[in-house]
Design a protein around this ligand. Structure first.
Ligand code: SF4
Ligand code: FES
Length: 215
């Protein structure tokens, strides 16, 4: 079947998502909770696009293409909502995200700078019970990617999403710590984390010493 993305016709197979169709024609759609190695989750609402005939913006990562669908990836309303979501996410962090992170890249490309308001930020709390990894709770944006990577890529089921709203976060081994969990130290969680909330201890130590290279 055929869809049209930003005026470009593209053939897609049944089941193709709007995000996949956009990628086929090299159109950028911002994403935060998406990782192509895992089943789309549809949690962050940053990947919004306009679809002709739809009453409002739709999430590209979980919307499946229909024959003849016309998609606009740079729709003004979609981008405005996505930018506001990213700004809200940034406002809950204790400081700007590290330059090399996916969150920083998405904010840059959307033109979102420092949040226009000062809100409640997540308290600084580090789980350093793993020999190689550190979980910096204050940087977690609850995208769920680490939990899904642990489940879907590694099948280890060591991480759990806990809490609700502003207090949602991620814990290892139901907060007993990585070592008390089923973690096999594969690093899939750190690899997918868009904010470096889960990161290698060595890299964090370098960052804190001012020696991390951003880029
Ligand atoms: S630790 Fe990272 S990957 Fe996991 S939910 Fe938080 S921000 Fe997302
Ligand atoms: S990337 Fe689509 S909802 Fe998060």
């Amino acid at each position: 079947m055929q869809v049209v993305v930003d005026g470009i016709e593209v053939e897609v197979a049944p089941g193709t998502t709007v995000l996949e169709a956009a990628k086929l024609v090299d159109r950028w759609v911002p994403t935060l909770c998406f990782d192509e190695r895992m089943v789309p989750f549809g949690a962050c609402r940053v990947c919004l696009v306009a679809v002709e005939g739809a009453p409002g913006p739709l999430p590209a990562c979980t919307t499946t293409c229909r024959d003849g669908m016309r998609i606009a990836t740079t729709d003004e309303r979609s981008r405005r909502i996505a930018s506001n979501v990213v700004e809200l996410v940034l406002s809950e962090l204790p400081g700007p995200p590290a330059e090399h992170t996916e969150l920083a890249e998405v904010a840059r490309r959307l033109g979102v700078g420092a949040p226009r308001w000062t809100g409640a930020t997540h308290p600084v709390r580090h789980d350093e019970r793993h020999p190689y990894l550190v979980l910096r709770h204050e940087l977690c944006i609850s995208c769920g990617r680490c939990v899904r990577a642990c489940d879907e890529i590694q099948g280890a089921f060591a991480l759990t999403a806990t809490g609700r709203g502003f207090h949602s976060n991620v814990t290892a081994g139901l907060d007993a710590g990585f070592l008390q969990s089923t973690c096999v130290s594969c690093g899939a969680c750190a690899d997918t984390c868009p904010t470096d909330a889960i990161s290698e201890r060595l890299l964090v130590a370098l960052e804190e010493a001012g020696g991390a290279s951003d880029g």
